[in-house]
Design a protein. Sequence first.
Length: 192
Amino acid sequence: MNLTASEPRPPKWGQTTRRLNHHSFWYGILIALTIMSLSGCGFQLRGESKLHTSFSQLAVKGRDGQVFRQILIEKLEKSGVTLSDSAEWTIHLLGEDSEKRVSAYSTRAKSAGFELRRVVTFKVIGPGQKSDQIEPTTFSSRRHLLFREDQIIGKLGEEDLLWQEMNQELADRIIYKLEAIQTQPANTGKPL
């Protein structure tokens, strides 16, 4: 096989692999520097919040079988709270509601988007069970779900995840409201 000067010569074995190794080396360095800079900036995920020791025991009142009640109980237990019907502090779940409504239509007049809304109303009664430490308060959470007919199964799973996410968010907000009680001056006598 004679090669003329006008025909390109194939690279020698090792030339292309050396070039690839050189690029992959710098690519690896870039990834390592990115990871180190993210870990060095102090970024970390927020964990479960811990409630003050005055909330070491709580009671949660509401209808048995409420999905939200069970989620709140699990969150409180993860926060180090012992649940007891004889606790000085009581969270009363006064109501919960879920709503799903069409928020967008496709060009064929079919629903293409939904707004999911979750509402929880509660109050907290403090020591002595005489007055509301937190007056009846309503928290709500909304999510939007885009719907495509060709992805029905995936969208149903996504909808379930959005409902769970809203329940978790609302439970966290109740716990944060409890944390506000512990920072409130003791002699104000005013509910939150």
